[in-house]
Design a protein around this ligand. Sequence first.
Ligand SMILES: NC(=O)C1=CN([C@@H]2O[C@H](COP(=O)(O)OP(=O)(O)OC[C@H]3O[C@@H](n4cnc5c(N)ncnc54)[C@H](O)[C@@H]3O)[C@@H](O)[C@H]2O)C=CC1
Ligand SMILES: O=C(CO)COP(=O)(O)O
Length: 393
Amino acid sequence: MFFSRILRFHVDFLSKKRHDFSFVYNTYRMASFSLSKKKVSLVGSGNWGSAFACHIGENIRQLKSQYHERILMWCKEEILDDGSKLTEVINKKHENVKYLPNKKIPDNIVAVPDLAEAVKDADILIFVIPHQFVKTTCEQLRDKIKKDAFALTLTKGFYVDEKTNELLLVSKIIENTLNIQCASMMGANIASEVADKFFCEATVGSRNDKNSEMIRQLIDTPLFRLRFYPDVEIIEMLGALKNIVAMLAGFSEGLGARFNTRAAILRLGLREMISFCRLYRKESTLEVYFESCGIADLITSSLGGRNYMGAKKMTETNKSLKDIEKEDLNGQSLQGPSTAKEVYRYLQGKNLLDQFPLFRDAHLICEHKIKPHVFIDNLGAHPEFEQKNHKQS
Ligand SMILES: NC(=O)C1=CN([C@@H]2O[C@H](COP(=O)(O)OP(=O)(O)OC[C@H]3O[C@@H](n4cnc5c(N)ncnc54)[C@H](O)[C@@H]3O)[C@@H](O)[C@H]2O)C=CC1
Ligand SMILES: O=C(CO)COP(=O)(O)O
């Protein structure tokens, strides 16, 4: 308001001086547009953060009249082996040489090492950091963002409150810490494939039509299609839970399991994902499980995700998952082991571990408490097979 008044004064002044109405009118129009243009910030710049930056950075260029073309991307500063700073390299080479090498990031994406500066004046904050860091990152952002901003989380993972044994979803942490609304977007989106512009789809959980429309404008393209559901939480939970099943797919392949067994693991895993979600929301509709955030993400992650690959490697080499993250993934974060740990604790607190043998065993394998083959030996005793007959609906 204040700025528009100043602007109007300047426009009036200029118009008297120059008597060039069209010049004045155009200057005013451009300036006031730019004042009302929305700003987008990315909070995170890892493998997915950088790939997503490629997509949204290019797309936002088509939306210049409504959005600032430049997107600030928070990048936790790191000193690379040659002594250079990661943010400086990203901004110079337009490539995240550490987390997404050999993919060009559009030059309207600017890496910023200071978190508060990266989100300053942003209307839309897109969170794409590993879930372990969400709480501390949000704490640092308290009181530093625009009051009417909204968030979108792309993070796959959640916590369980140690005291209350309640699920703490990333969207809720963002909403509660920053006092803004948060939507979720999950789907079959292996980062490098998105950066290479192969077709994919994703599911958005949003209850606010205005925010949904902006998300659609910014992300939905013929090569990256979106579908919307008003269930932020179930969509987010599916994105987290599939990482546990993807690890089991990796363990089984590492053990030389055959296709039938591997398919059974995915089906039983999906069953556990649905049952788990229904502990949170009993009436969740079956349809959402057949969206990209459900079955499709489960498939792609179990065929080619990092959790799958890490688990396979662990079985084949006996290397720990921590070492695999460090040595094979160059510091990228496997979300499966920590999600499995949280899920184990939650189920234990509810005395339900026996109902979720795959989730239970995934955690025990990650902790080296059982050998990977034990979960395959347990498949035949899955509670899924206890039912006598399928009920007619
Ligand atoms: N990579 C993929 O294909 C996909 C990943 N996701 C999800 O997106 C989220 C982020 O994953 P990626 O971008 O792949 O990250 P990543 O796995 O590449 O993790 C590395 C990132 O973590 C950051 N980091 C390290 N320590 C930190 C700290 N203390 N505070 C804040 N950040 C820190 C690093 O700076 C780096 O940006 C995860 O939840 C993942 O499951 C979702 C879809 C696809
Ligand atoms: O979520 C993903 C694809 O949708 C990627 O999973 P990973 O983190 O296991 O690579």
